[in-house]
Ligand binder design. Structure first.
Ligand code: PLP
Length: 393
């Protein structure tokens, strides 16, 4: 074990299983270790590093804002905050924005907004879905449908139920006039890159119309262009009442947002919610640069087209190895390859071949590269995958 890894093991609560890689610097879509090795990044900071590393637009925006001011306080109106809120509102089709620092904080804001709105309507129960992940704070955890994350932290929020993802009958049975909100990830990330089904979306909309609950879309991972559209729900033809975004938003700096419809605005009067660092101006400046590249300079279109190409190439590998690969799925540059063999050995084999990729749910390789990768990068990664799979018996 290296000296750094030993010190890390002594100094930290052991919450993270770290990769066997000590990155010295990163540039473009590559990570470089101290011993001079180069790794193609299909991990992408788990969907944070949408523009890769050292993108000039992000560096320039951070540098400029840093020299204006790094922090004021949310007692001050700040131009970069207003600009990013306007862009997010316009791109989402919603009306109002609250800025925070992370996905879980965005989910807490969403649940708190729903709660306060529900006070006037007599609605209070929350619904999460199996396989979903919404963050580590106790509210977000209460609607997270995976035992692995909830275990040991109960009791969680009362009045919360977890229904089967894509199970229309369970949804019909599980919601009623007391249901306050249903939280959905259109493409479940941590859960193994599973898309929501058409019939489930149709039932969600029909039941929302009937019972008047709120639909909360967690776009923490799927948002900001990753799937080839700005938000995942834009693939599935429905309009949420609340949207949570984070990860890629701040260009690597902590930034999240909770967006909501006008009817909810009165539920969050002055003093009802807040965050010291939420919407930090340097993070907002970086975020404006990210949104500029994604929405105005073709990066979202690149995610759609290179994502489609990468999926095709992965499908070819799946066709070559029908006994080792169960399915290739996903949208844009959020792809999952479900294996029938142990995922850890494949990840290690890819690392040996100079490519970093994430493993989720034990056997799903999750591909979340920067949205600026080219077809050449996709080919390089697929070759490493093919090699790792071929040597794995
Ligand atoms: N929601 C989803 C869909 C996520 O994928 C994540 C993180 O992976 C979160 C929420 C939590 O985000 P954060 O770690 O920024 O709190």
């Amino acid at each position: 074990m290296s000296d750094l890894r030993e010190r890390e093991a002594r100094a930290f609560f052991p919450t993270y299983r770290r990769l066997p890689l000590e990155v010295e610097r990163a540039e473009g879509v590559y990570l470089y270790t101290g011993d001079g090795k180069r790794y193609l990044d299909m991990f992408g900071g788990l969907a944070v590093n949408a523009l890769g590393y050292g993108h000039p637009a992000v560096l320039k925006a951070i540098d400029r804002q840093m020299h204006r001011y790094i922090h004021l306080s949310n007692f001050f109106v700040q131009d970069v905050q207003v600009e990013i809120a306007e862009r997010l509102v316009a791109a989402s089709g919603l009306d109002r924005c609250f800025l925070c620092n992370s996905g879980t904080e965005g989910m807490e804001a969403a649940l708190k907004l729903a709660r306060r709105w529900g006070k006037t309507t007599g609605k209070s129960s929350l619904v999460g879905l199996t396989g979903a992940f919404h963050g580590r704070t106790l509210g977000a955890l209460s609607v997270t449908g995976r035992e692995k994350y909830r275990e040991g932290f109960e009791p969680l929020l009362p009045g919360t139920s977890i229904l089967g993802f894509n199970d229309v009958a369970a949804l019909r049975d599980g919601v009623n006039d007391r249901t306050l909100a249903v939280v959905v990830e259109c493409l479940q990330g941590e859960g193994g890159v599973h898309p929501v089904s058409g019939p489930f979306v149709a039932a969600l909309q029909e039941l929302r119309d009937r019972h008047g609950f709120l639909l909360i879309a967690d776009e923490t991972q799927t948002g900001i262009g990753r799937t080839g559209k700005m938000f995942g729900y834009q693939h599935f033809g429905f309009m949420p009442d609340i949207v949570v975004a984070a990860k890629a938003m701040g260009g690597g700096l902590p930034l999240g947002a909770m967006l909501g419809s006008e009817k909810l605005a009165r539920a969050f009067p002055p003093g009802s919610h807040g965050s010291t660092f939420g919407g930090n101006p340097v993070a907002c400046a970086a975020g404006l640069a990210v949104l500029g590249e994604i929405l105005d300079h073709g990066v979202m279109e690149n995610a759609a087209s290179v994502g489609g190409y990468l999926k095709e190439q992965l499908q070819k590998v799946a066709d070559e190895h029908p006994r080792k690969i169960r399915e290739v799925r996903g949208l844009g540059l959020m792809l999952g390859v479900e294996l029938t063999v142990g995922g850890e050995a494949v990840v290690a084999g890819m690392l040996e071949r100079g490519v970093v990729v994430n493993l989720t749910n034990l056997n799903v390789l999750r591909w979340l590269p920067p949205l600026v990768i080219s077809r050449r990068h996709a080919d390089e990664a697929v070759e490493a995958f093919r090699g790792a799979l071929g040597s794995n018996s």
